[in-house]
Design a protein around this ligand. Structure first.
Ligand SMILES: [Mg+2]
Length: 346
């Protein structure tokens, strides 16, 4: 199964937030082979990512055997390593890796989840959580069947207004009830002292995790937080490749790892992260896990599955499963079970 063509495009997302940092330039990758099979993946990096794919990665991949996914992943990392061991180049590479996994599933006539775990139960609905911004949205989430929510708290400022923030957290807990899982996301905006003040103020509300309280590269800060925070610290949606996650694991920087399969290096990396994290007894809860690519890994590999709601504005994937009553179910179609309209390539 030789690769004959590789293309990438940034699909129109009319309802997307205008802030580029939120979108991180989601791109769709298509790999065509001489077997008539076509694989689709989603990566990131926008125009810069597309350039990497249509120059360096295309030069490397054309003519190669698409079945050798792990070998091709290693080759793509080698060919981009002087400028791309993290960030845009790896986000782009992730889309290519996912398109290769899609091909692997289609060639086998199996959903990717079954390639990862032949005993996976595709009929099992997976629990989800919804990201919310206030108590109204928490209420709506609960009414829609979610039993877990993640509250974004950036709007409480830098440094955060602790008593307003902790009032909001208490309201969310009250709405959810004692059994609902409640997480907090700070979007990497605070420093260590602020994060500890928040953690101490909200610890009585039984918080499953405090996500990205400080910037992702502040490893020294995370070491201090891991030691002192009364609330488990989560992160990793802005980490890349197995060696990046290995560093987080070796230094015990996060209680929960949140790799984003469309950015971190694709499914090849996510599978590797699951294995390393499970060996270290650290939970993995992939970023935006309800989107179809991460969902296959969650269904197949996760010991405590919980899939984060996806991005409502990323609408170009046909066949993506929807959340129903707080749960989501994988499709049993080959590959990742999604396709894109031919219009996208015109
Ligand atoms: Mg986050």
């Amino acid at each position: 199964m030789r690769i004959t063509e590789i293309r990438a495009v940034q699909p129109p997302t009319p309802a997307a937030p205008t802030d580029w940092r939120t979108q991180l330039g989601q791109i769709v990758v298509q790999i065509t082979t001489d077997s008539a099979l076509c694989g689709y993946g989603v990566g990131g990096g926008g125009a810069a990512g597309i350039h990497v794919i249509e120059t360096v990665l295309r030069d490397f991949l054309i003519g190669k055997d698409a079945r050798e996914v792990e070998k091709l992943h290693a080759g793509m990392c080698r060919h981009t390593c002087f400028y791309g061991r993290s960030g845009l180049a790896i986000m782009a590479l992730s889309g290519v890796d996912l398109a290769l996994w899609d091909l692997r599933g289609k060639a086998a006539g199996q959903p990717v989840a079954r390639l990862l775990n032949k005993h996976v139960d595709l009929s099992r609905p997976l629990p989800t959580y919804l990201t919310v911004f206030d108590e109204q949205e928490t209420e709506t989430a609960l009414n829609a069947g979610h039993r877990a929510v993640k509250l974004h708290v950036e709007r409480f400022g830098v440094p955060p207004r602790i008593s307003d923030l902790s009032d909001q957290v208490s309201k969310a807990r009250e709405i959810l009830g004692a059994r609902g899982e409640l997480m907090i996301d700070a979007f990497a905006t605070w420093d260590v002292a602020s994060a500890l003040n928040v953690a101490n103020a909200i610890q009585a509300e039984d918080i499953a995790w405090l996500e990205e309280p400080i910037p992702p590269d502040d490893y020294t800060g995370y070491r201090e937080l891991a030691r002192k925070s009364p609330v488990p610290i989560a992160g990793g949606e802005h980490e890349y490749l197995a060696q990046g996650f290995q560093h987080l694991l070796e230094n015990r920087l996060h209680a929960v790892l949140q790799p984003d399969v469309n950015w971190c290096g694709g499914l090849t990396t996510l599978v590797d992260v699951y294995r390393r994290a499970q060996d270290a007894d650290v939970r993995v809860c992939p970023h935006r896990g309800c989107e179809p690519y991460a969902l296959h890994a969650i269904a197949a590999l996760d010991r405590q599955p919980l899939a984060e709601s996806g991005r409502a504005w990323f609408t170009c994937l046909d066949g993506a499963p929807a959340i129903e009553n707080g749960h989501i179910q994988l499709s049993d179609q080959p590959g990742f079970g999604v396709s894109v309209s031919a219009e996208l390539w015109k």
